[in-house]
Design a protein around this ligand. Structure first.
Ligand SMILES: [Cu+2]
Length: 133
């Protein structure tokens, strides 16, 4: 005559509750990152465009990182461009411009101001280093 196995039943219930909690938490986490892959990390950088100079002039991330650049335009109109990532954004003075992208290509890439009308802008250069796997 079997009366059941209360200990095992209770354990099964706990496993189910655990799975339910994971199912509730996981989508929120993925949504916050903006994609399904939860292993990706978000890298935040603050830059300034001032006096024909980007500061910092070097940014290092790992391949597949999500990169967020918050760029402060401090004096005149500039831009921020990385050809290989098809990024070209106006950097307005007195404003903050946020650029987000996924570092899906490994290598060394130049970021620069593409305003050709101002000769001083030719000096505005920096390097994005994306280390591969
Ligand atoms: Cu410029």
């Amino acid at each position: 005559m079997k009366t059941g196995h209360p200990a095992i039943s209770r354990r099964r219930v706990l496993v189910l509750v655990g799975a339910g909690a994971t199912a509730l938490v996981a989508p929120t986490f993925a949504a916050r990152l903006g994609r399904q892959d939860q292993a990706v990390s978000l890298r935040d950088f603050s830059l300034t465009a001032r006096n024909y100079t980007f500061t910092p002039s070097r940014i290092e991330v790992s391949k597949d990182d999500r990169v967020r650049l918050t760029i402060e335009g401090a004096d005149q109109v500039h831009s921020f461009a990385i050809d290989e990532y098809r990024i070209a954004r106006r950097i307005a003075p007195g404003a903050t411009t946020v650029i987000e992208f996924r570092a899906e290509r490994a290598g060394s890439f130049t970021y620069y101001c593409n305003i050709a009308a101002d000769p001083g802008c030719k000096a505005m250069r920096g390097t994005l280093v994306v280390s591969g796997k």
